[in-house]
Structure formats: C-alpha cells, structure tokens
Ligand binder design. Structure first.
Ligand SMILES: *Cc1c(COP(=O)(O)O)cnc(C)c1O
Length: 398
C-alpha cells in the first residue's frame, strides 16, 4: 500500500496580473461559465451550445467556412491539427520562420513526412513577399505556405494579403497561425484569402488554455478529403471530428464540456464589445504602453510598423538583469511578464496586453512597476514620466 507523505491543501493560488505571452487574464464571467453544471456531450442542449460556439467562432475569424470548430487541446494542438491533416509524407511545404512558433511548425511538418523549404527570416522582422516568391520559384509544387500571423516570441504582426497572393498564384494553400492575433488584432480569414488557420483560447480570447479554434475553407477541405493516407493522429483527424461538430453528431471523443462553456462565454463577450472596438482597444493600450516605455528609455524590439498590439517586446537595457526585473515585478506587483526565448533570451521582455487585460489600469500598473524595477537596479527611470507619456496617448495629445 503506497501512502501519501504530506497533506494536500485546497488550491489557493496567489493573485496575479498575467501580462506575459499567455495565459492572459480571464473575465470572471468566463470562470463562472466553467463552473456551471455539465451536460452530456450528445445532449441536445449541449449540441446547440456547440453550434453557437461555431457561429461565434466564424464571427471572430471573419469567415463563412463550414469547417470551423474548436479542437480539444491548446494552441499547439491546433498547429498539429492543421499541418497533420493537410500534409502527407512526401508533400512539399514552405514555412516562414522568424521565431519560435515558425520553428515549431517546421518540426511538426517534418514529423508528418513533409519536405520543408524553410524561409529563414530575421527574429523581430516580418517575412517579405519577395522571399516567399523566391521560395516558390525554387519549390513551385509546394502544397502549402505556412506563416505565423502574430509571432509571440518576437512581437511581430505579419501582413498576409501579399503572401496569400503569391501562394495562390502557385496553387498552394495559405496556412496561418493566429494564436496571438485572434481577438486582439484584425484577422480576416475570408477577405485575406487564408485557407486554413488555427488559434488558442488563452491569448486574446481571454479564456483558460484548453481549446484550439481551427477553420478551413472548401479548398483546404478538399485537400483533406483527397488524402491518400489516413491522418496519422486518430485524435486530431478532422475527417472524423468534422462529423462530430457537424450535423451527423458522430461520436469521436467527449468534448471538454466546461472548456466549451468557457469559450462560448469568451466569444460572447467579444461579440458584445464588437471586433472593431476590441481591435481599437488593443491598439490604443499598446500605443500608450509603448509611449510610456520609450519615455523611460525602453526601446521596442519588433520592426516598426509591424508591431503586435497584444504583445509588446522591449529590448532590455545594457547592464539590467533580466531575471531580477521579472522577479521584482512578480514579488512587488504580482505582475507576470515574459522573457525572451531562444536567440533573444536575456535580450528582450515580452509584455502581453491581451483581451480582458488590455486596459488603461494594467498599462498604468505595468509602467509604474517597470520603472520601479529598473530604479531598484540603479537605472534612471521615472514612473511619472512614463505615465505622462501614456496619458498623452489616452488624451489624444499624441
Ligand atoms: C502560444 C502560441 C502557440 C502555442 O499555443 P499553446 O497553447 O501554448 O499550445 C502557438 N503559436 C503561437 C504564435 C503562440 O503564441
């Protein structure tokens, strides 16, 4: 008989302001939705909740794609779903890599037996259409082009329309990762010509991690249905899952009921605010935050003109201890921000102003806390100067 050596206390997590790269803060309405009683996953009432979730997802993705649903799993499950359903061994794929998530796409495509042509971009910059064109000239038979819309490791927002035009000229699908843009910046699936996309719930949708919204248009769906081999992952096989989310209600796996409740509520909140108002809110708060940062000498890392409103990357000033600052923020202000990944580890901070958390209160708090954290290391930084610069943005003086 194995016995327990300690007593396990009831959960009582400390208060946190989640201003990192995700998870983001969650509206109390979403948490309440999660604690409502379960329905059976084939209960007619639950099926209607799934339908409504699909309708709300189509609104947020700005698409009329029938095949729009939420995969069970986090954002990476969405990535795995799209790539493993659209690629077969021997297929050629072109993938733009300007950060961690582009690299992850390459890993997944390779695991699915695809031959990958990598467009190696620069961290902190977008990939240019010319580079994509050059890749297609080299691999004109490529089945798809995959890019990250909002690269959370660098804070860059990638324009998509030019890339869609190039991919379509070569008869390839455009696959997009919009994990950190959906609900925080414009994502216009149909208008931009995106053929397949995936996202996650814990970034700008402000829902706990656990579901991965995906959408595929008829062209992508036709590619899926023309597969010569079965999708290698049983769990992520869209040919079966679309029958569960669709009319047929074919049993595949038990939907994570409480997560679907949560997502539906998070999407309902977005619909109430309106997408355009939500994008404008993210844009304003990001602009105010960055103005405040610049007033205390913190420079943006991401390429000008292509900065993500939901995740702001800052260069760590010379002589400042990355970890000490983040520990100070957490200890003194209960604020979580992110550090750099891979080649920019120790060089940048990543501050998320996502969904529920993108507001003036958090901008004010984060600027004050950052200025204090820098001061604690002997760096000249005045919280007052940062707040004044942010206020100018809020009052329309800048
Ligand atoms: C967070 C993120 C993912 C992965 O999502 P998980 O929920 O962590 O699995 C994928 N792509 C981008 C751009 C992300 O920011």
């Amino acid at each position: 008989m194995l016995t327990l050596k300690k007593e396990y206390r009831e959960l009582a997590p400390s208060e946190r302001v989640l201003l990192g790269p995700g998870p983001s803060g969650v509206d109390p309405r979403v948490l309440r939705a999660m604690s409502t009683p379960l329905l059976g996953h084939l209960d007619p009432e639950f099926l209607e909740i799934m339908n409504e979730t699909g309708e709300l997802l189509r609104y947020v993705f700005q698409t009329s794609n029938t095949l729009t649903l939420a995969m069970s799993g986090t954002g990476s499950a969405g990535m795995d779903t799209i790539l493993s359903n659209l690629l077969e061994p021997g297929d050629k794929a072109i993938i733009a890599v300007c950060g961690v998530f582009g690299e992850r796409m390459v890993d997944i495509a390779l695991r699915n037996g695809a031959e990958v042509k990598v467009i190696q971009g620069e961290w902190g910059r977008i990939v240019e259409p010319e580079a994509v064109e050059a890749a297609f000239r080299e691999v004109p038979q490529a089945k798809l082009l995959a890019v990250v819309h909002a690269e959370t490791s660098t804070g860059v927002l990638q324009p998509l329309t030019d890339l869609a035009a190039v991919a379509h000229r070569y008869g390839a699908l455009l696959v997009v990762d919009c994990v950190t843009s959906l609900g925080g910046a414009p994502v216009l699936i149909d208008e931009w010509g995106v053929d397949a996309a995936y996202s996650g719930t814990q970034k700008c949708l402000s829902c706990p991690p656990g579901l991965a919204p995906v959408t595929l248009n008829d062209k992508a769906r036709a590619v899926l249905h023309r597969r010569k081999s079965k999708v290698p992952s049983w769990y992520l096989d869209l040919t079966m899952i679309e029958r569960y989310w669709g009319q047929e209600r074919f049993y595949h796996h038990t939907a994570p009921i409480s997560m679907v409740y949560a997502l539906r509520e998070a999407l309902r909140i977005i619909a109430e605010e309106g997408l355009e108002a939500r994008w404008a809110r993210h844009e304003l708060n990001a602009r105010a935050f960055l103005a405040g940062c610049e007033a205390i000498g913190l420079k943006p890392f991401a390429q000008e003109g292509h900065r993500l409103p939901s995740l702001i990357t800052l260069r760590i000033p010379e002589g400042i201890d990355d970890v000490a600052v983040r520990q100070f923020l957490l200890r003194e202000y209960k604020i979580e921000i992110g550090g750099g990944l891979g080649p920019v580890k120790g060089q940048i901070w990543r501050v998320g102003l996502m969904g529920y958390n993108s507001n003036r209160l958090n901008v004010t708090l984060a600027l004050t806390a950052l200025a204090e954290a820098l001061k604690a290391q002997g760096y000249q930084a005045s919280a007052a100067a940062a707040l004044e610069a942010a206020d100018k943005v809020y009052t329309g003086q800048e």
